[in-house]
Design a protein around this ligand. Sequence first.
Ligand code: FES
Length: 89
Amino acid sequence: MTARPVDPPTPATPATPSTPAQPVVEERPTIVMCPEGPMLLRGDAVIEDADGNRHRTTRPVSAVCRCNKSATKPWCDGTHKLLPKKLRP
Ligand code: FES
């Protein structure tokens, strides 16, 4: 399976001057490729899998499987740690 980030969800309505301070919402997720492990996404994102199904992130940091062995695809479940090094992403 090849998962890739797609356009982020529509940002929340901007704060008006009378609204109290709001948390900063990043417009684009931060992406970190873990050596021999998952792709980490920080922020809101939508992942599209090889079948075209879209999966919205629900955590501040989400791990996307790159080894294709996770039981919870597109999310990493740690299975990559059990693979021989030559089969890790
Ligand atoms: S990268 Fe972690 S289970 Fe695939």
